[in-house]
Design a protein around this ligand. Structure first.
Ligand code: NAD
Ligand code: UFG
Length: 350
């Protein structure tokens, strides 16, 4: 049975953790990444953690020739497609870059996959495709809408995958809709390494804790939530990584063992099913680490929703997967990574 997987964007935050989980599950991985938001150091550390050198190719998903070479020299079962740009604010400033990278890049990847007859794909989608949810928890049949180019690029790819599955039923396309990934590998060797000042809550908190940033701004304390701050479904990146293994195992079982024709297009939430408020996360971080996080309340951030958390039952029912790690473990592991690597993967701390 083929077990070789192409991991686009495998040097990034979620990809690097998933590479370890895939290796432990017996998959043979090839990482393809243009390092636009990651570093060789991440690859080196993943190799150290798994005890063997990862196969790494520096390349862009928009480069069909290079992708073609990779597919012609490897016999893949399928692709896990993490490669993409992910900053909401940058996407508003540079929409063409985001549509080109995330949408055109995915089309190029799908074209090359089709050319080589590889039709199994796990795509990194996002809870952002649900926009401002009408009901909570959010299940996969909830209406989709987006308010920024990043979200639109994820939604556009979902539509493309749906249309592709209709046009040719030999495609097996799973879109994993991640909620809010946080945390790091328990070794403290790999974790999230934002380029500039973090946009997201957990890396911001941990950079305040380590003394790189002075104070957290909490965007809004007048939402209709338990304490007025936003509520999110934070999920440990290790659980998320296991979700990808479960998705691949599901594809294999359906296609090879159950001899089902195809999966077509299957969207699945990866979340815990629990909502945690911004203040609750800040307080847990302080309890776990002993680090006070100075904060101030500021205006709501444009485009933010009050509450967003998953119905996680489809993943449990179909994939046999559910998140196991708690908010406490998310804070502990984030701090272990941040305190051991105050400058992330930068050469300053090698
Ligand atoms: P990340 O930036 O750490 O990883 C993405 C990786 O893709 C990086 O290593 C980057 O260098 C690479 N990449 C980007 N464009 C590329 C291109 N054109 N060709 C080749 N490689 C390219 O981000 P992440 O947090 O690990 O996210 C992975 C995926 O999950 C992304 O598609 C992101 O949109 C999606 N996602 C992330 C979150 C989150 O909060 N982190 C939430 C929902 C969905
Ligand atoms: N927040 C603050 N201060 C900060 C950063 C965030 O108060 O400095 C608040 C936000 O207002 C929000 C919550 O913390 O209430 C979470 O914000 P994040 O930016 O960490 O995450 P989002 O829910 O806005 O978005 C994230 C990713 C998106 C992804 C989405 C759903 O950034 O890419 O989760 O998966 F699409």
């Amino acid at each position: 049975m083929k077990n070789k997987i192409l991991v686009t964007g495998g040097a990034g935050y979620i990809g690097s953790h998933t590479c370890i989980a895939l290796h432990e599950a017996g998959y043979d991985i090839v990482v393809y990444d243009n390092l636009s938001n990651s570093s060789r150091e991440a690859i080196r550390r993943v190799s150290n953690l798994i005890g063997e050198s990862i196969k790494f190719i520096e390349g862009d998903i928009r480069d069909d020739e290079m992708l073609g070479q990779v597919f012609s020299s490897n016999d893949f079962f399928g692709v896990i497609h993490f490669a993409g740009l992910k900053s909401v604010s940058e996407s508003v400033a540079e929409p063409l870059l985001y549509y080109d990278n995330n949408v055109s890049g995915t089309i190029t990847l799908l074209e090359v996959m089709a050319e080589y007859g590889i039709k199994n794909l796990v795509f990194s989608s996002s809870a952002t495709v649900y926009g401002d949810p009408e009901t909570l928890p959010i299940d996969e049949s909830s209406p989709r809408s987006c308010t920024n180019p990043y979200g639109q690029s994820k939604l556009a790819v979902e539509y493309i995958l749906e249309d592709l599955a209709v046009s040719d039923n030999s495609w097996n396309l799973i879109a994993l809709r991640y909620f809010n990934p946080v945390g790091a590998h328990s070794s403290g060797q790999i974790g999230e390494d934002p380029n500039d000042i973090p946009n997201n809550l957990m890396p911001y908190i941990s950079q305040v804790a380590v003394g790189k940033l002075e104070k957290l701004s909490i965007f809004g304390n007048d939402y209709r939530t338990i304490d007025g701050t936003g509520i999110r479904d934070f999920i440990h990146v290790i659980d998320l990584a296991q979700g990808h293994v479960a998705a691949l195992n599901y594809l294999k079982n359906q296609i090879i063992i159950n001899k089902r024709d195809s999966i077509r297009f299957l969207p699945i939430n990866l979340g815990t099913g629990n909502g945690t408020s911004v203040l609750e996360l800040v307080n847990t971080f302080t309890e776990v680490t002993g680090k006070a996080i100075p904060y101030q309340f500021t205006d709501r951030r444009k485009g933010d929703v009050a509450s967003c958390y998953a119905s996680a039952s489809k993943a449990k029912f179909l994939l046999g997967w559910e998140a196991k790690l708690s908010i406490t473990e998310m804070c502990q592991d984030t701090w272990n990574w941040q305190s051991n690597n105050p400058n992330g993967y930068s050469v300053k701390d090698i």
